[in-house]
Design a binder for this molecule. Structure first.
Ligand SMILES: [Zn+2]
Length: 492
């Protein structure tokens, strides 16, 4: 968190004033990493099928949307309130802090019983705690004024934007299933006790893909053969106590009761993490949720978790949810509009498979996994695809034409589409430390030899080794390096 602030990744929102917990602003470096995550996500998931599209939905929606989705009635947190000072806290978090166990999803009556049994008092003033009540986590607002004001809410998940747009989008996009509607957007939840920085926020960014499909098609996927032998990393509910991840080929994972359509998307999500974001595989797993832990409408619900040192272990960063027809049916009932589709004479309400990712959690996870402390430096070893820049360009000194030559190289690399930045102030050692700490994979330095030999040095962030490269070959060599070529392959 200290590095994130000092190097300009993120900090608490409204930093000039008294910040409110649970809100963060992205600073220049953090914005670059977040945008790169989002465009990797977009390119990857929209390519899964040629009938998948991105849409953009309003974040303020009328009350009926949330009547239909069930959020109005059941998107609530259990709250324990102090009789003496009025301090309110999430009851499950309070129990977790005191008893060092997870109580998420436990009924309110069971929580109050536990609070009484263990004699738990207010954490602020040691006063007695009242009953455990519930509080809706949506942010309400009035749109317009006076008698014409309409009751509305900030959306607590981007998913509803896809459901309310499904019927129109289906018609416009030539009435084919599966249809995928992706949204990268903001969501808002009035968390009672936000914690752990970007992990639990009140305003956050989600990247979600809703796949609408014929429920009869869940037992197969046309490309299942491609991933049948792919090794999934799974923690089924029955193995939870041992914590032992089962590594199973997708074909064999059917034994866990999961259908091909679901397994196919599990494999594609895992490939995104291991092959695109390059998470070390032992840091990645799917974790099965059962019973009261999963949302009541989810038939299959596996969280995607990453093992993050700065948060003390496994944390949820995404989810794969089979939401059945729960959402479309709800919107149909409340709106009185038809949500069933008719394909070749067969009429049915489509089911939904949701791939849901918290963008901020993922950005935080990438920072956590990249962070390393070495004897003489701190370095962010970002995978090359998510680093804020591809390369920094440095003249060794700011005179004798070295700076002008470095400027020319900077312009040429920019024209080739590289994300580069130019820095000429301070010692070269300090400039290297700076790019190490923001995770830039390559440093390109123009020195006195460059003036005679038309070459530069290329420095690898991770090994700190340097090779000399002819300037005319720099774009091609840098491209190869960023795509994973070894440093030694680039020059001497
Ligand atoms: Zn109190």
């Amino acid at each position: 968190m200290e590095l994130a602030k000092r190097r300009g990744f993120f900090w608490q929102a409204a930093p000039l004033h008294n910040p409110i917990a649970g809100f963060y602003d992205y600073a220049p470096m953090g914005s670059l990493v977040k945008r790169r995550f989002e465009s990797l996500w977009r390119n990857y998931f929209l390519s899964l099928d040629d009938n998948f599209y991105e849409i953009e939905a309003s974040v303020i929606m009328p009350e009926n949307v949330f009547k239909a989705s069930g959020h109005l009635a059941s998107f609530v947190d259990p709250i324990a309130k102090c009789k003496k000072c009025g301090h309110a806290e999430r009851a499950d978090h309070l129990l977790e802090d005191v008893l060092k166990e997870s109580f998420e999803g436990l009924a309110a009556s069971d929580m109050i019983a536990l609070i009484k049994k263990h004699g738990i008092k207010c954490q602020k003033c040691k006063g007695p705690l009242e009953e455990v009540g519930v509080l809706n986590m949506m942010f309400p607002l009035d749109v317009g004024t006076g008698k014409e004001a309409k009751k509305a809410y900030l959306t607590p998940e981007t998913a509803q934007g896809a459901y309310v747009n499904f019927a129109l989008a289906f018609d416009v996009m030539r009435r084919k299933l599966p249809l995928g509607l992706a949204i990268i957007g903001k969501a808002f939840r009035n968390e009672i006790s936000p914690r752990q920085g970007l992990i639990r926020m009140r305003e956050f960014t989600q990247a979600e893909l809703q796949i609408f499909f014929d429920p009869d098609a869940i037992t197969s996927h046309p490309k299942f053969k491609d991933i049948e032998g792919y090794q999934l990393r799974l923690l089924p509910a029955k193995s939870r106590d041992s914590g032992k991840v089962a590594v199973l080929p997708a074909g064999q994972a059917k034994e866990l009761g999961l259908p091909e359509f679901y397994l196919y998307h599990m494999a594609m999500v895992q490939k995104f993490y291991l092959e695109v974001l390059r998470l070390p595989e032992q840091r990645f797993r799917f974790r099965e949720l059962v019973g009261e832990e999963k949302a009541f409408y989810n038939k299959y619900h596996w969280d995607i978790e990453a093992n993050l040192d700065t948060l003390g272990g496994w944390k949820e960063i995404a989810g794969l949810h089979y939401r059945t027809d729960h959402d479309l049916q709800g919107h149909g009932q409340v709106s009185g509009q038809k949500v069933a589709v008719n394909i070749e004479g067969k009429e049915f309400v489509p089911h939904v498979l949701e791939i849901s990712m918290g963008v901020d959690r993922n950005v935080y996870g990438l920072l956590d996994l990249a962070y390393s402390e070495e004897p003489e430096r701190v370095v962010l070893k970002f995978p090359r695809a998510v680093a804020p820049f591809d390369a920094g360009i440095f003249p060794l000194v700011r005179k004798d034409g070295l700076d002008a030559k470095a400027r020319v190289i900077f312009d040429v690399l920019k024209q080739h589409g590289f994300r580069v930045f130019y820095d000429e102030s301070g010692s070269i050692g300090r400039r290297y430390r700076r790019i190490d700490e923001i995770g830039v994979p390559a440093g390109i330095t123009v020195d006195y030899d460059s003036m005679q030999q038309e070459d530069v040095t290329l420095r690898d962030r991770d090994s700190m080794q340097q090779v000399r490269i002819k300037i005319e070959q720099l774009p091609a060599k840098l491209r190869a390096f960023l795509q994973g070529a070894a440093m030694e392959a680039s020059g001497k």
